[in-house]
Design a protein around this ligand. Structure first.
Ligand SMILES: C[S@@+](CC[C@H](N)C(=O)[O-])C[C@H]1O[C@@H](n2cnc3c(N)ncnc32)[C@H](O)[C@@H]1O
Length: 277
């Protein structure tokens, strides 16, 4: 019956890569499939007002097709074809020390975007499929808007520039600056410093990291995130530099009347910070 032969043939196929491809496909297609409507806050997808017919099969084929094209283009340039997706927390990466040649990341900025709400369709296909799991993620996510936990790294240890920014937030005249917003900012910078330390830990000696960050404002207080990241990197013995910088004039601050009141024509900087271990 040649069963053994067929079994070996089938088991020699790397299904893990196929599963990861399928998972990536679902994440990329999720939004086109659910077609949320966008209310006054475009970062909060809402159920569509009217159900429209959609062709899920066509969406999956089109998305999968463009992923295959990307892979075909990239494949010849890759040193290793051992591709895998692993999910984890940037503050506690599921990788051994010195395992990575490079790290590329775009962490949340201090802009109080609720990324869990903003990415609910994608999170659902990745396994956040109950209210309880979503609630837990909202309290633990980096840059989250809930203050249910304490900062784990003492922000006073993270450098004079950062201390100055935190003092400006804490002493701002507006309501809740000293309480809610200070707790959020301390939590945020503590998480960011933990994730930078993790990047250093998993990089090989000489390995490089690229961190894309954007400046923001708290009311009229400038939060120069790129230079704060450089200060933190210096603090962990991985000095970095800004590789590329771009002004961002269209951002969510313009949509909020509360934010417009403070700095009406804010131009933010998006920077690519490069560092080496
Ligand atoms: C500025 S966005 C980057 C978006 C990304 N570059 C993209 O194109 O989709 C920050 C992302 O970091 C994610 N995030 C927040 N806390 C995290 C954590 N502790 N570990 C890993 N990712 C986290 C957020 O969910 C959000 O998707």
């Amino acid at each position: 019956m040649q069963l053994e032969f067929w079994r070996n043939e089938l088991l020699s196929v790397d299904y893990a890569a196929g599963k990861d491809f399928a998972r990536g496909l679902l994440v990329k297609a999720a939004r086109d499939i659910v077609r949320p409507s966008l209310g006054s806050n475009p970062t909060w997808p809402k159920p569509p007002l009217r159900r429209r017919a959609r062709d899920v099969h066509a969406i999956l084929c089109e998305t999968g097709g463009s992923m295959v094209q990307d892979l075909e283009q990239m494949y010849p340039q890759l040193k290793s074809h051992d591709l895998a997706i692993r999910m984890g927390d940037a503050r506690k990466l599921p990788l051994e020390d010195g395992a990575a040649d490079a790290v590329l990341t775009s962490p949340p900025y201090l802009s109080r975007i609720d990324y869990v709400r903003a990415t609910l369709p994608e999170l659902l296909v990745l396994g956040w499929d109950s209210d309880m799991k979503v609630r837990q993620l909202r309290t633990s996510i980096m840059g989250g808007v809930l203050t249910a936990r304490q900062a784990e790294v003492d922000p006073d240890t993270l450098g004079p520039k950062l201390r100055g920014v935190l003092t400006s937030i804490k002493t701002h005249e507006s309501k809740a600056s000293e309480s809610y917003y200070t707790i959020l900012a301390e939590q945020y910078f503590s998480d960011l410093s933990r994730s930078l330390a993790e990047m250093k830990r998993v990089l090989k000696p000489g390995g490089r990291g690229l961190v894309v960050v954007q400046s923001s404002f708290y009311k009229d207080v400038a939060i120069p995130l790129p230079s704060l990241v450089l200060e933190m990197l210096e603090g962990i013995g991985c000095p970095g530099k800004v590789l590329q910088e771009e002004a961002v004039s269209q951002h969510f601050g313009h949509l909020s009347p509360h934010q417009r009141k403070y700095v009406c024509h804010k131009v933010l900087q998006e920077s690519v910070v490069l560092f080496q271990k």
